[in-house]
Design a protein around this ligand. Sequence first.
Ligand SMILES: NC(=O)c1ccc[n+]([C@@H]2O[C@H](COP(=O)([O-])OP(=O)(O)OC[C@H]3O[C@@H](n4cnc5c(N)ncnc54)[C@H](OP(=O)(O)O)[C@@H]3O)[C@@H](O)[C@H]2O)c1
Length: 343
Amino acid sequence: MKKNKVAFITGITGQDGSYLAELLLKKNYIIHGLLRRTSILNIERIQDIINKYEKIGKLNLHYMDLTDTSSISNLIIKYKPHEFYNLASMSHVGISFYTGEATLNINTLATYRILESILKNHKKCKFYQASSSEMFGSTPPPQNEKSSFNPQSPYGISKVSAFHITKYFRQAHGLFASNGILFNHESPRRGLNFVTRKITHSLARILSGHEKKIHLGDISTRRDWGHSKDYVRGIWMILQYKKPEDFVLSTGKNYSIEDFIKKVFKILDLNWKDFVTTNNKNFLRPSEVRSLQGDSSKARKLLKWKPEYDLNALCREMLLNDLKLYGMNLEEAKKIAKKLSKN
Ligand SMILES: NC(=O)c1ccc[n+]([C@@H]2O[C@H](COP(=O)([O-])OP(=O)(O)OC[C@H]3O[C@@H](n4cnc5c(N)ncnc54)[C@H](OP(=O)(O)O)[C@@H]3O)[C@@H](O)[C@H]2O)c1
């Protein structure tokens, strides 16, 4: 009988980690999710799979700390994973301007710690690094694997360094280490302080009477937004490719934050201008990435990957999920929206 593959996932409690764990469990992997200690147990996104898979030994959770090499090495030595997905990071660009040092420690040095441990202890393990379109920064779109990196934030800088660390372990030491350069991807599981989720979640709060306005920064910036579910499929495909390489995953389309707001408000026939304030200085950044639009033709050709969701479907799924959190279905929300429009 074929043995189950063993995968490690850092960041399993996050948006991508939770979807990736679901995908790999369906593919019959044994998962080891590596968690940091938090004062409140933060496992909401993986509670369903814990209920289903933990007691049968298919999903195993372990505490470790990305700043503590031995906590990572001990697990690698003990469980000898076939694949290691490094998704954990300080993933918020805006917050990285305030926590630059910690961002570099977690996003960059942890990548080095993991790869060095794989090299010393279990060279056969394949490694995936969660690289980001923020690495391109001010390089004009479309951006692909050959575009230059001009990061505009501590987050972007930390990811560029981790990208090169991954490449270094591949080229100098022969590890199967690949980068996925992923453009923005969202879902109902996106953190509440990311702009897309802030928009859908705050709108649900406005309709349920908890908030009056959504306060945003610069809404003219443009991003290439996909759905996390499509992207974790691509992440898995990157590690199944015959050799380690770097791949851009993107939809190839680019919209402004204003476009995103319009699409969400249109679902309820509301005029967004009545509910959104912009250029709020609390949300303006010292330097901004104006426009990201990925060219993922390499992944489409070699991996046969392509996204299934479009932006309209993504906006709708995120809004319906947030309405549900506040006890509303779409019909009820539309009725409330109609009343709010008249006031
Ligand atoms: N989503 C995107 O648009 C996008 C695009 C390109 C690249 N990426 C990268 O892809 C990865 C996954 O993104 P995501 O959207 O799933 O992010 P996310 O929802 O913010 O999840 C981040 C994960 O990292 C964990 N983490 C953060 N700091 C940690 C630390 N010090 N020690 C251990 N774990 C830590 C978090 O744990 P807690 O739950 O305890 O906070 C969480 O599980 C990240 O590396 C991100 O930078 C994301």
